[in-house]
Design a protein. Structure first.
Length: 215
């Protein structure tokens, strides 16, 4: 039986490709591409891979990589507001940049900062950089992000858009074993319709989402 899309729940998914002992499925509704759920890496395998990443807080190259997310947040959120770095990893460089710019920043990561108290709060903005491609249950995760974001708040996502099926097998982003979901702008537009978000996609890897104020 074909798995339902883990992002939007559509049931008529189809096999896109089998490569490197993994099966990849495509959703015809939101255009997400995803690894077969039975082939997700375990938590220890994920942590081992993350520990090999060199994302130091004070690395100028990494800070420059995060600059689009930093700019998107600081241009929209007044100084002093509360921002959550969701999926901050072991080296929360963006959080450090935002703290230096005068924001109140909280951290959450299921492996490195599993602070459940944070998940009971609401924030003026949420940063989610190089995280959503790791979600094993993205529908549940996006529901959580929406619940953490106050009305009128901003959600800024960085993830590399998947656009070229012909190059997918050779794509470096696919070859990371912890990357299990790949998004297109259409994927986020579908999520926007579901949650009432205003979605702006800026290729190759930036999504800025505004949560509407109540009527």
């Amino acid at each position: 039986m074909n798995p339902a899309c883990p992002v939007c729940g559509h049931g008529a998914t189809a096999v896109l490709l089998d490569v490197d002992d993994r099966r990849y499925w495509r959703c015809p509704a939101c255009l997400a591409t995803f690894v077969d759920p039975g082939q997700h890496p375990g938590r220890e395998e994920e942590k081992s891979e993350y520990d090999r990443h060199c994302n130091a807080i004070d690395d100028p190259g990494y800070q420059q990589f995060l600059r689009p997310a930093f700019d998107a947040l600081t241009q929209r959120v007044p100084g002093g507001c509360r921002i959550l770095d969701y999926g901050c990893g072991p080296g929360p460089a963006l959080a450090n940049m935002l703290t230096g710019a005068g924001f109140q920043v909280s951290l959450y990561d299921p492996i490195y900062r599993p602070d459940s108290d944070v998940l009971g709060q609401r924030f003026d903005a949420i940063a989610c950089t190089e995280v959503v491609e790791h979600f094993h249950r993205p529908a549940r995760e996006f529901q959580r992000l929406d619940s953490l974001l106050r009305p009128g708040g901003w959600l800024v996502i960085m993830t590399r858009f998947q656009t070229d099926d012909a190059r997918f097998a050779r794509w470096h982003y696919r070859r990371d074993p912890t990357h299990v979901v790949f998004y297109r702008p259409q994927t986020f537009r579908v999520l926007g319709c579901r949650f009432g978000w205003q979605v702006e996609c800026s290729p190759p890897n930036l999504v800025v989402i505004g949560k509407a104020q109540p009527g």
